[in-house]
Design a protein around this ligand. Sequence first.
Ligand code: ARG
Length: 465
Amino acid sequence: MSTSESKGAKGARGRRFEQALDPVAAALNASVDFDRRLLPHDVAGSIAHAEMLASRGLITAEDRDKITAGLKMVEGKLASGELAWDDALEDVHMNVEARLVDAIGDAGRRLHTARSRNDQVATDLRLYAIGSAEQLIDLIDELRRALVVQAKKHVDTLMPGYTHLQRAQPVRLAHHLLAYEAMLSRDRGRVADAAYRADESPLGSGALAGTTLPIDREQTARALGFGELTRNSLDAVGDRDFAIELVAACALIQIHLSRLGEELVLWASQEFGFARIGEAYSSGSSLMPQKKNPDLAELVRGKAGRVMGAWVTLCTVVKGLPLAYNKDLQETQEPLYDAVETVSACLEVARGMILTTVFDTVRMRAAVGAGHLVATELADYLVAKNVPFREAHDIAGHLVRVADERGVELSALDLATLRGAHALFEADVAEWLDPDRAVDRRDLVGGPARERVLSEISRVEAELG
Ligand code: ARG
């Protein structure tokens, strides 16, 4: 516990109390270690509030100017470390206010007119959520761009597409990478939605029931860039659903990133040998000199638990709270910050990993040639000759069995063998068993055909600008 050097600081308790908080209780009560992240929003909110108070004649223009200059000074000094944060002052709001009073005296004592820390923290957190959403959207778009860069390089790289992690049908590596782009573009939408609903100013809700003073809620909302006003003071100070929504969006981002991380881990293994992750994103082993471990891909995978946990924590804190503000709500801050910061770092690392990964196109292509990935083509060939699909599927399955028994790929079976299974097989079946052709026959919206992948790349590029 540091002791406050602040002369003006009485904390939030004032003279109502004779005894100081028990030191362990004070440590549990304080939020300044984490809510200092709200400093720029807290100061912006206070400046908007002071300007509004002055335009409503609730403080003088002179006081407003002192407050505004004082707040900027305090913000600069707290941010640079010239002024120390004081745990004894509990939170960011009381730290800023106390330092302001130290600096400018009585004018500073007028700042909290017609305001409570309850509407103040709700405002700060909404501004934080909106700002974080903007940052996340930029980071998502950067990762989408990186995926497109690699997709463009690998339009003609064929690889096995998998179901059940068993080789299924050939696809283009570009198509596989663009699957992640598709996930991320939905994630972007979810983050934007969360920001949209956070975009309401709670200022003026007071502690719970507004204020008797003739304030102008529109003015502070506009000054802070909010699009709307909250419509119920109890709800405005008592809910954190905007944070839950943003963290839910973060959890889904991280879930998607964890799948990408898992694929990189698999692909970088000697068993797959599909990819070499850049050295800037790989670790060595302290024991085995030959090792190059995909630690960062593993961490991007592993952090999902943490972000999903943040969402569960937030929901659990808010559920069952009676209206309106309860101190429990302070517990919604750390999971929010942690989710935003974790996901931001992982988006950036994933981008770097994608850009620096070198794909082994030869290994991928070789994998397409083993495992009868064109078995579906054989069935389709017969379907084109009017054989019912179920029967065609059965015949192709039988031929896979024959090929396996002979230890060869389907494409190595001679025409006589094929005809033995069905009389409609002719010499042109050989073309159907070419994986390039198999991919390009999947020529539909959302499919892996070359032209479809190219137009998808153009569409995404146009969207990213
Ligand atoms: N640090 C507090 C929080 O995050 C600020 C609001 C305090 N309000 C109160 N009535 N004690 O919720």
